[in-house]
Design a protein around this ligand. Structure first.
Ligand code: ADP
Length: 432
C-alpha cells in the first residue's frame, strides 16, 4: 500500500497574508509529528519542533545542511548502518516517487556539544514521502520518523527476560533430572550400604558367637582339667616324699620331667583361662586408670624383674582410658613379660612410652632382647604359634594372641618393629 504523494509547496504559503489564512509554517513546525523536510539533494529545508526535540538539535543549526552531515553514524558502533539504509530509502523515494517505508532502524543520536557530544542509542521507525510538483517532479521529501527506542528496549528486555526464563527453566529441568538421578543413585547406594551393614552385622554376630564359644570351651576345658590336675599334683607330692630317699637316677630324672610338665600344664591352664576372659564379651567397659594397671602388672612381675636384674622405664603419667580393665592388664603384662623373657643372657631393659595423637593414645613397649625376624611379624599373633621350643624359652603361644584380641576389642591396632639381635618394640593404640 502506498501513501499518496502530497502536493504541497512551502514557498507558496510563505507569501500568504496572515490575515488571509493560517500560518502554515508555524502550523507545520508545531505539529506533534516528527517531520524533516529535505530537498532532493538531501539538504534540510524544514523541521518540526517535535523532531528537533527528539533529535536534540536546534533548527538554525540544521537548516541548510545535508541530512547526513547533521545525522552521521555513531562512530563507536561498528555495525551502524543507519546512514546507508536511510540514503538507500531516500534514493528509492526519489527514484520511484513513492513513499518508502523503512524497517525499524538503530540510528544513534549525538547529544549537543554542551552535553558532551556523545551518541545515545535510538531506534526509529521512518518513512520517506516524496512531494511532487505540478510536473510530477520530486520537489521535497518529507522524512517522517517515530522514536521507538522505548518500545525496542522494552522488547529487548522482554526477550532477554524470556531467554533468561527459558534458560532458567532449562536449568531447573536439568537440575530436576539430575536431582532425581542423584536421588536414585543415593537410594541405590543406601540400599547397598544397608545390605553391607546387614551382612557385616551377621558376620560380626557370627564372629562374636564363635569367640564366645571358643571362650566358653577354653574356660570349661581349663576349669575341668584343673580339678583332676590338682589331684595329680597332690599325688605327685605324695610320691615325691616316698621316692626322695631312693637312690635311683632314672627315677629321679623321670620325676623331674613330670614336675616340669606339671608346671607347664598349670601355666597353660592359667593362660587358657585368661584367654577365655579376653575372648568373651562379658566384661564391662569402664574408666580404666592405666597408672594403676601398670603398677599392678609390675607388682605381679616383681619376682621376675628382680631375678633378671631388669630395668623397666615407665611414663611419669599414664592416661585414663575407657576400656576393659582385665584385658588392658593382660596386654601390658604379656608384652612386658615377653620383653623380660626373650633375652639372650643380658640384663633386660624395657622402655614403656605413651604419646597422645589425634583422638587416640599410642603406646610402645621396647625391649633389648633377641628380636624377631620380620617374616614372623604376623605369625606370632596367631594362637599357639611360637618361634622357639620350650627348652629355649618356655611359653604357651597364647600371650600375643591375647594382646591382639584385647586391642581389637578396644578398636585399636597393634604392630611391631624389630631388629634381630637388638630388640623389639611393640606398638598399640587405644581410643582416648
Ligand atoms: P609365648 O610368649 O608364650 O611364647 P606369645 O604369643 O607371647 O607366646 O609370643 C609368640 C612368639 O613371639 C614367642 O614364642 C616369641 O617367639 C615371639 N616373641 C614374642 N615377644 C617377643 C619379644 N619381645 N622378643 C622376641 N620374640 C618375641
Amino acid at each position: 500500500m502506498h501513501t499518496p504523494a502530497y502536493l504541497i509547496s512551502f514557498e507558496q504559503h510563505q507569501y500568504l497574508n496572515p490575515l488571509a489564512g493560517p500560518d502554515f509554517r508555524e502550523l507545520f513546525e508545531s505539529s506533534p509529528g516528527l517531520y524533516l523536510v529535505l530537498y532532493p539533494d538531501l539538504t534540510i529545508v524544514a523541521v518540526t519542533d517535535a523532531y528537533l526535540t527528539a533529535t536534540m538539535t536546534i533548527r538554525e543549526e540544521i537548516i541548510g545542511h545535508g541530512i547526513f552531515e547533521i545525522f552521521p553514524d555513531n562512530p563507536a558502533d561498528l555495525n551502524a548502518d543507519g546512514v546507508s539504509n536511510l540514503r538507500a530509502s531516500l534514493n528509492r523515494a526519489l527514484a520511484t516517487k513513492k513513499t518508502d517505508t523503512m524497517a525499524v532502524q538503530k540510528y544513534d543520536i549525538r547529544k549537543p556539544a554542551s552535553e558532551g557530544g556523545e551518541f545515545e542509542v535510538r531506534y526509529w521507525s521512518p518513512f520517506n514521502v516524496p512531494i511532487l510538483d505540478e510536473k510530477m517532479e520530486v520537489k521535497y521529501i518529507v522524512h517522517r520518523v517515530e522514536d521507538v527506542t522505548e518500545y525496542v528496549n522494552q522488547k529487548a528486555e522482554e526477550s532477554r527476560q524470556k531467554i533468561l526464563t527459558e534458560r532458567l527453566r532449562h536449568l531447573t529441568d536439568t537440575m530436576e533430572v539430575e536431582l532425581m538421578q542423584r536421588g536414585r543413585e543415593l537410594q541405590n547406594l543406601n540400599n547397598a550400604l544397608e545390605e553391607a551393614n546387614r551382612e557385616l552385622k551377621i558376620k560380626t554376630d557370627e564372629l562374636q558367637r564363635s569367640n564366645d564359644e571358643l571362650s566358653r570351651f577354653a574356660a570349661i576345658a581349663s576349669h575341668d582339667i584343673k580339678a583332676p590336675f590338682r589331684n595329680v599334683g597332690g599325688y605327685l607330692e605324695l610320691i615325691k616324699k616316698k621316692v626322695e630317699g631312693i637312690p635311683d637316677e632314672e627315677l629321679k630324672k623321670a620325676f623331674e620331667k613330670i614336675s616340669s610338665a606339671r608346671y607347664r600344664i598349670s601355666i597353660l591352664l592359667d593362660d587358657l583361662l585368661k584367654f577365655s576372659r579376653v575372648a568373651s564379651s562379658s566384661e564391662s567397659f569402664d574408666k580404666v586408670d592405666l597408672n594403676e594397671i601398670l603398677a599392678n602388672v609390675l607388682k605381679d612381675l616383681e619376682y621376675n624383674i628382680k631375678e633378671k636384674n631388669a630395668r623397666i622405664f615407665v611414663p611419669a603419667q599414664m592416661p585414663v582410658v575407657q576400656g576393659y580393665s582385665f584385658q588392658l592388664g593382660q596386654l601390658f603384662q604379656n608384652l612386658i613379660a615377653n620383653g623380660l623373657k626373650f633375652q639372650n643372657g643380658q640384663e633386660p631393659v624395657i622402655d614403656i612410652n605413651v604419646q597422645q595423637k589425634d583422638g587416640f593414645y599410642q603406646f610402645s613397649v621396647r625391649d633389648n632382647g633377641i628380636g624377631i625376624d620380620s617374616r614372623y611379624f604376623n605369625k606370632i599373633f596367631v594362637m599357639f604359634e611360637r618361634l622357639h621350643d620350650q627348652e629355649e624359652y618356655a611359653g604357651t603361644g597364647l600371650g600375643l594372641n591375647i594382646c591382639k584380641r584385647a586391642v581389637d576389642n578396644h578398636h585399636g591396632k597393634i604392630w611391631l618393629e624389630s631388629t634381630p639381635g637388638q630388640g623389639t618394640t611393640f606398638y598399640f593404640t587405644l581410643p582416648e
